[in-house]
Write a protein that binds this ligand. Structure first.
Ligand code: HMG
Ligand code: MG
Length: 306
């Protein structure tokens, strides 16, 4: 196992308003989505994944993407990103003034079909003009590779299949390539293997880790990725999240839990943990359930009664 010195600083992309809320069965009003974004920005979030310009037939919860984007505050030094599966999505993102777009593919054919209704090679063909136009428009280009640690339909996903998609995302000129454990099955050894393999394709700063927590491994997997040299992580407030096309998958690793881990390691994130806990408790209260963040719940329990 090759380990590097832990970084002094880590970059967090908050995906709660998108990955978190896309999976909610009840329709969330636009003003609640916007208030969540405002609270996250106020807590120091500088990379915020706000919404998705996807087909409302596929993901009804994201149908108000343009309205959300029109109301999310734009502040200096804060990057607002959105998911765009195709040119139609990119047009929406550009019209809305997104700073970054995310194209999202998969490391298994079965998941690619279920999530975006095309094969992996068709998805890359579809992303090609999206990537070109994003670059021409001066928008940062990020990608996500789903089911890189296991697929709900195919099962095992070979590391070579993940790397094959990594190479195609590199060819598209991605500024960042997210490697995602969509169903939260990965363990630390596998995380090391995948990111060490990715690191042989390009600098590790190019890659980010996106872990769902279905099997309770996500915080351990963040540490494993950190030890390999990964410095970019997607996290979700209150551990919200899930993909409507990955049955049984639960939320992302909670932002509060990751910031608690990093703070303990002396790693800077620029995020205010107390304000994150407030935001996590607030959205969980709105959704009518307990937060999935263990750190958030523990810190809340220690606060004086109002
Ligand atoms: P399709 O049905 O093959 O495409 O869907 P289509 O071109 O035939 O379009 C179908 C309808 O959607 C048409 O409407 C289009 O106009 C419309 P109709 O003519 O029938 O009235 N449409 C759109 N509307 C708004 N915005 C658009 C758009 N595109 C088409 N951009 C498509 C293909 C890719 C569009 C569809 O499969 C889709 O939107 N999929 C999105 C799936 C999704 O959002 N999944 C969750 C996000 S990914 C994720 O969570 C994983 C991640 O977190 C990492 C991880 O954990 O793995 C990122
Ligand atoms: Mg996800």
């Amino acid at each position: 196992m090759s380990t590097t010195k832990l970084p002094q600083r880590v970059s967090i992309t908050e995906v709660g308003p998108r990955d978190g809320l896309q999976n909610e069965a009840q329709m969330i009003p636009t003003e609640i989505k916007v208030e969540l974004c405002e609270r996250l920005l106020a807590a120091g979030v500088t990379n915020l994944e706000a919404t998705s310009f996807v087909s409302p037939k596929w993901v009804p919860q994201m149908a108000d993407a343009a309205d959300v984007m029109a109301r999310v505050p734009r502040l200096p030094g804060k990057r607002i990103s959105v998911l765009t599966p195709n040119l139609r999505g990119l047009e929406g993102a550009l019209a809305a003034g997104a700073d970054e777009i995310v194209i999202f593919g998969a490391a298994s054919e079965a998941f690619s079909q279920r999530n975006i209704n095309c094969s992996i090679s068709e998805s890359i063909e579809r992303f090609s003009p999206v990537a070109r136009l994003a670059k021409e428009s001066g928008v940062r280009l990020r990608s996500a590779i789903s089911v890189a640690f296991g697929c709900p339909y195919q099962g095992e996903v070979p590391v070579a299949d993940v790397i094959a998609v990594v190479r195609q995302m590199q060819d598209l000129g991605c500024d960042e390539i997210g490697i995602a454990d969509t169903i939260g099955v990965g363990t630390a050894a596998r995380v090391r293997e995948v990111f060490e393999a990715a690191g042989r394709e390009g600098p590790l700063e190019l890659f980010s880790a996106h872990f769902h927590d279905t099997y309770g491994q996500a915080v351990a997997n963040v540490l494993a990725a950190l030890e390999v040299g990964v410095t970019r992580f997607d996290t979700s407030i209150a551990g919200l999240g899930g993909c409507p096309f990955a049955k049984g998958a639960t939320g992302n690793v909670a932002t509060e839990d990751v910031v608690y881990l990093l703070r303990g390691l002396g790693i800077e994130t620029g995020l205010d943990l107390d304000a994150l806990v407030d935001a996590g408790q607030w959205i969980s209260g709105y959704l009518g359930r307990k937060s999935n963040s263990r750190a958030g719940n523990a810190m809340t329990a220690k606060r004086p009664a109002p």
